[in-house]
Design a protein around this ligand. Structure first.
Ligand code: G3P
Ligand code: CA
Length: 265
């Protein structure tokens, strides 16, 4: 008889703060990153895009109105695309008040500011959001991260940097530019067997929605030598379920809840 499948020891599950600790602070801000660092999150996930003047900025949506007061500050600039605003213009925005008055005035951060806010033991899961809008962003990100003294060498040595995207071509490009940096492929629906086999020849991670993740998918990704982190799980019950399924990481708005589960089981 085959031995029953072993659940991965929960200590091995990586806790990843989604958009920073975005259940407790405004997403994709330095405040949310600092919150995650304080909660001893293993990784922080943020989304990177590019401003009109070529600066790498942290923002989830491709437009600014959901998470800033851009409609008030620049009422004539609809549809408020991230890529139509300079960094200096974005700096005039309040990216905190929509979440809570406690965070009034929290700015839209740059990639560099987020990296500088990471603790020495906090990893970065960097999502390239809609990279086809920003030609050349893969090389630019790699250059920016490489220009931060000691950061790239330290992160690669300790496994604390992963780039990921729903845009598979962009990740291919990134892998060609910097094969030493681990890449993750995001999926909102189940990847096909062909996609998985192809991905396994160059990608390190497959990171799907938990909604499309089952035991067979977890097993197949592991057989192919990749890891799987699922997004975005916010309830303790679901966290336990997916830990038992054997995922390698959980992306959550509530990293404190996950850390508590991982430490007290
Ligand atoms: O890390 C994966 C997750 O962030 C993907 O979804 O929309 O939150 O960027 P989204
Ligand atoms: Ca994301």
């Amino acid at each position: 008889l085959a031995a029953p499948a072993q659940a991965k020891p929960e200590a091995d599950v990586v806790d990843i703060a989604h958009r920073g600790s975005s259940g407790s602070a405004p997403e994709n801000t330095v405040a949310a990153v600092e919150y995650a660092v304080d909660q001893r999150s293993s990784f922080v996930e943020v989304d990177v895009q590019r401003s009109a003047d070529g600066e790498l900025v942290i923002m989830h949506d491709v437009t600014l109105e959901r998470t800033t007061n851009v409609e008030e500050v620049f009422p004539d600039r609809a549809p408020w695309n991230v890529g139509d605003f300079t960094l200096e213009e974005m700096r005039q925005l309040d990216a905190g008040s929509w979440f809570s008055p406690d965070f009034a005035g929290e700015p839209v951060p740059t990639l560099r500011e987020v990296v500088e806010a990471l603790g020495p033991r906090t990893g970065l899961l960097l999502e390239l959001k809609s990279p086809s809008l920003y030609p050349g962003i893969e090389a630019q990100i790699h250059e920016e991260l490489s220009s931060i003294p000691g950061y790239m060498e330290r992160s690669l040595r300790t496994g604390r940097l992963v780039v990921q995207s729903f845009d598979i071509d962009s990740m291919r490009t990134y892998d060609e530019i910097a094969p030493e940096v681990p890449v993750g492929l995001l999926y909102g629906s189940q990847p096909t067997e062909e996609e998985l086999v192809e991905a396994s020849t160059w990608a390190e991670q497959v990171n799907p929605s938990y909604r499309v993740t089952d035991a067979a998918l977890v097993e197949r990704i592991h057989e192919l030598g990749m890891t799987i982190s699922v997004y975005t799980i916010n309830s303790g019950q679901l966290m336990r379920e997916y830990i038992n399924l054997g995922v390698d990481g959980i992306i959550t708005n509530y990293p404190g809840v996950l850390r508590d589960i991982l430490e007290h089981r």
